[in-house]
Design a protein around this ligand. Sequence first.
Ligand SMILES: [Fe+2]
Ligand SMILES: [Fe+2]
Length: 259
Amino acid sequence: MKVLMVGDVAGAPGRRLLMREAERLKSEGAVDLIVANVENAAGGKGLTPPLADTLFAAGVDVLTLGDHAWDRRDIIPYLSQEPRLIRPVNFAPGCPGRGCTTLYAGRTRVSVISLIGRVFMNPAYDCPFRAVDAVLSEQADLGTVILVDFHAEATSEKIVMGRYLDGRVSAVVGSHTHVQTSDETVLPGGTAYLTDLGMTGAKDSAIGRDLESVTQMFLTGMPAAFKIAQEGVALEGALVEIRPRTGRATRIRRVRITE
Ligand SMILES: [Fe+2]
Ligand SMILES: [Fe+2]
């Protein structure tokens, strides 16, 4: 089976291209499942229920979140009623929503797990390694194919997670930095790995935000309202090929589709 994992969707330009490509790839039968990180889909900050609905309608199967999960509070009730939208499993106990979802892609049962890192990130998050161990050992109904979105800043934490899960899941891909890395590989145990998927949004920008306002923030140290940039839009991510019967990855390719 072919799975498209999509890097952080930044605002309307990223949503438009993701919807166009999801509709095209699904109608051509080029991919079986699409997972997208959408923590920046609503103007760069979080996600709203209507935007989630439009992405699902376009053919995106699972939506993942990250440190921007709570930027739009109207997503909170939606999170508890929509199983296809997940937030990191290692958020503090009691946080709304779930961190793992299981669905069918054709006849293949697929689980998607969202994790968040702790290095240079909010210290309130629980250990992602112990959290994913708990999901893999305690959740009895997981699919044969298991996909992990590790939303983290530090390359070392992501590389170690890939190796830690090698042979236990089908793919570990990183999100959050908005910058695609070139280290895609199938690890010795059959887990596809890429440190960061990149970003789906305007590349002529500061990781999706308008360059002018971000530059002013760096020059003055003062907070600024960041607008979403509009130019040079691209979809970035990875296409992973997986044997449905074993859950082992056979191939991973970086993806960059320009508008
Ligand atoms: Fe993030
Ligand atoms: Fe992001």
